[in-house]
Write a protein that binds this ligand. Structure first.
Ligand SMILES: Cc1ncc(COP(=O)(O)O)c(C=O)c1O
Length: 486
């Protein structure tokens, strides 16, 4: 990998070279994207932020708590993940990279609905495809040709994909991948790395495992990124019992020392299947995901976010020799071939090619990555704040005065960014719709936010700078594993 300019079907190789975790972006001049040199249009960023009181948001929330347990359908979108009392709770509308809350405040959105909106909100090419299909029908009593078309488009783009099946979300397809591996190998145990959705075999490994039988919890064993010995250990303790290794091929660390190749080899030697969960790397790292970027091909892979620009889809792809077993293994649901989503997927997949979306995502990520780290360095805050990961999947890590990972500082970061009109976690996601100006408005907000953080760190009491209830990670144990806020 070292020194290799990337090449790939998606065109990612056009924009970025990756050298052992160092990124070179040949498509922009970093000096053109510095606050001192960037030419803002008049009024850029004005009107953004928490200006109007969150009256309607709070009213909705009070009602929600009466009729919806935990108040939300998606924990990462709920108030626990945003600074309560400062942040809005309900959004009403989005256009491009901007959203408006129910009280009329406007923000640049880097959360992107938990990241499926790789093109942005209300993108005409996708919306028109949905509307055109709507006039013919949403879902049918028999199959629809779009099932074949989208499967074909995916097998063209994803290295391990010889066949494809559709579900409605990521959890559907990670569940089916594991079921398939269990059937093929005749084994029960699963080695996992990362987040894989809400099904029992995975949630049993987390600190939210209520309701999951002990017998199921024992079946899944997590291992660590860039630590092949941790996987070796699972294989030796559970000799001949592991059906599959399911993993996110890249989170916030560059794979070092041939880690992915080692996993590939070990899995094959042990007779287990290798499944890459590319929900967050697919159609971001490259169209064909991290497997395309790093040149390591799994047996099966799961995709979803990024395929249909927000319409509900999960996709399981893989080698024909394995996928053919679905002729027997049960995988069937009412909405698997729902057609509005497939129309959106076909339009989005075409859009990727026509508009070189991957190149734009890397460029946007690199502008943010470079500028944030430069501002941190300029302030001498590198011991406390750091961006890790990839331009297209990045995470900010905050440490307190003692060097411990801080839970308050990311919340303070989120609060201050939000006040300045930037909706984000401690780690930003990018869409094709984020304009250069959006990015520079964001860098300006970083500058002011880091001024506040600097004071908060110096004070030794950052909690005193909080104006609301700090956000919390959904899983504490996963955060430690992934170094993530979510
Ligand atoms: C890597 C990964 N796998 C699986 C899932 C589960 O997807 P869903 O929430 O659509 O069920 C997610 C969701 O965030 C994910 O990030």
């Amino acid at each position: 990998m070292e020194g290799t300019a990337l090449s790939g079907k998606s065109g990612c190789g056009e924009c970025c070279a990756v050298r052992s975790g160092v990124f070179e972006n040949k498509f922009y001049d970093p000096t053109a994207y510095r606050l001192g040199t960037y030419a803002f249009s008049p009024g850029a960023g004005q009107g953004l932020g928490t200006r109007r009181p969150m009256t309607r948001s709070e009213e909705q929330w009070r009602k929600a708590l009466r009729v919806i347990p935990a108040g939300t359908q998606t924990l990462s979108k709920g108030p626990g993940c945003f600074v309560d009392g400062v942040s809005p709770k309900y959004l009403a509308r989005g256009k491009g990279s901007h959203v408006w809350d129910v009280d009329g405040n406007e923000y640049i959105d880097y959360c992107l609905a938990c990241f499926p909106l790789t093109l942005g909100y209300s993108v005409p090419a996708v919306d028109e495809a949905i509307k055109a299909q709507l006039s013919d029908g949403i879902t049918f009593s028999m199959m629809h040709p779009l099932e074949v078309k989208v499967a074909d488009m995916l097998t063209e783009r994803i290295p391990c994909a010889e066949m494809a099946r559709f579900g409605k979300n990521g959890s559907d397809v990670t569940a089916m991948a594991v079921r398939l591996a269990r059937h093929i190998t005749g084994r029960d145990k699963v080695a996992c790395l990362g987040y894989h959705g809400m099904q029992d075999w995975f949630i049993g490994t987390t600190d939210r495992s209520w309701g999951i039988p002990e017998a199921v919890r024992k079946m899944t064993i997590p291992f660590r990124y860039n630590d092949p010995a941790s996987l070796e250990d699972i294989f030796s303790k559970h000799k001949g019992e592991v059906a599959c290794v399911i993993m996110e091929p890249a989170m916030y660390e560059f794979p070092v020392g041939g880690f992915l190749d080692a996993v590939r080899e070990m899995t094959a030697e042990e007779g287990a299947l290798l499944i890459f969960d590319e929900m967050l790397t697919g159609f971001r790292f490259a169209e064909g995901g991290a497997q395309e970027l790093f040149g390591v091909t799994p047996d099966l892979a799961t995709f979803g976010k990024g395929i249909a620009n927000g319409m509900p889809i999960g996709v399981l792809v893989g080698r024909e020799q394995y996928m053919r077993h679905f002729e027997k293994v049960f995988f069937s649901s009412t909405y698997g071939g729902e057609v509005l989503t497939l129309a959106a997927a076909a339009a989005a997949l075409n859009f990727y090619r026509e508009h070189r979306v991957i190149r734009q995502l890397w460029k946007a990520g690199k502008i943010i990555f470079d500028n944030f780290n430069r501002l941190v360095r300029d302030r001498g805050l590198s011991d406390h704040v750091q961006t890790v990961g990839f331009p297209v999947r990045q995470q900010m890590i905050f440490r307190d005065r003692t060097g411990e990972i801080s839970y308050i500082l990311p919340a303070l970061f989120q609060q201050e960014m939000l006040k300045r009109g930037i909706l984000c976690y401690a780690g930003l996601g990018f869409s094709y719709s984020h304009s250069d100006e959006d990015l520079m408005v964001t860098v300006r907000a970083f500058q002011e936010t880091l001024d506040v953080l600097e004071k908060a760190i110096e004070s030794g009491q950052p909690e005193r700078f909080m104006e609301g209830v700090p956000s919390q990670p959904v899983f504490r144990n996963l955060r430690a594993q992934k170094q993530t806020a979510n």
